[in-house]
Design a protein around this ligand. Sequence first.
Ligand code: KE4
Length: 430
Amino acid sequence: MSQNDVLFDRAKQTIPGGVNSPVRAFKAVGGTPRFVTKGDGAYFWDADGKRYIDYIGSWGPMILGHRHPAVTAAVLAAVEQGLSFGAPTEREVELAEEIIKLVPSIEMVRLVSSGTEAGMSAIRLARGATGRSKIIKFEGCYHGHADALLVKAGSGLATFGNPTSAGVPPEVVQHTMVLPFNDIEALEAAFAAYGDDVACLMMEPVAGNMNFVRSSVPFMKRCRELCTAHGAILAFDEVMCGFRVALGSAQSLYAKEIPGFEPDMTVMGKVIGGGMPLAAFGGKREVMSHLAPLGAVYQAGTLSGNPVATACGLATLREIQKPGFFETLHARTRALIDGMTTEARAAGISFCGDSEGGMFGYFFMDTLPQNYVTVMTTDATHFNRFFHHMLDEGVYFAPALFEAGFVSAAHSEQDVADTVAAAKRAFAAL
Ligand code: KE4
């Protein structure tokens, strides 16, 4: 019996499902989750001592790979100064200044401890700043597990959502509209019907919670125009794609396609914490000034801006600014997707993928899906068998077809070549 099985049985006695976050339980793909003992660079090892090439990277944060020397040194030095004070520190200001420097649409930023907390606070701020209640989100986009955002599409085109989770009373989601992603007609209808009551539209510009689906440029342009026309806040959830798809985050990619484009608010996380509990939400000064203690929108946190987490985040953000960092990361990730696609097609398997910077997704279908409904038509049997074949080969991909994958700066050309070679064997087995 593998040590992973032993640990999983033991974990299930004391932790619901044996995990502290559901996706880790392998429910979608079946089998026993691997209990990780240590990570180093592009790899981590499980309780049986088996090495994996890690394409999860803690679901995004580990863009430098595990145990990057500069990050480890910065964290250890911060630890020597004390873990947490509940009082302001200079390093929080340094991190705020770094985020603002790299994401020009952000004029002020508030640090928190998780993406959920950042998204939840951003919604409250948008509602407080506009005096409106309604929010728009898109099917397949995930913004953390705050009640108002655990909503699935209603029956009609622009109807209000129904809770996706038990424990969320219907009245809590009555103001949340869920629209199809990349659907301009539905967007127009929603704004025509409710536009002047919409506090904010929140979206993942590159949706990593339905694997990997880009907002089309026309759709993004329309989101911006309609929010501007109706005085609604356009909130970008860049928790996953922030500092991951580009140094300027996803919004810098859309600014290249749409002159003058920028969101009004941005939610960040993952990479900005470098693997430690740190997230943020920021935006225009006029909006952010509604936040306590300046304004009437309350928001708080014991460990917000934690001195050790900010040291980890700062060291990470400094490394990703080094010349050529994103060019290399983008090319390495693209080589992975192109290599796997070539092998799949050679084996006669329907397969396609996409990537931007160090984030990627792949689908067992011929053409890239543009929305959640299409993503969910992926051949789940193929996906799951492929996942387990690769796991046996020592390659750790996302254990769910609605998740994205991540390449770090530590992944070498050889790692990618080894992964593609393993994929060739997996496709043959399919
Ligand atoms: P956290 O509360 O998990 O830090 O962030 C929530 C969140 C918000 N917005 C986006 C776009 C996100 O992707 C996330 C969290 N992503 C998931 C992976 N799909 C985290 C992994 C997990 O839930 O265990």
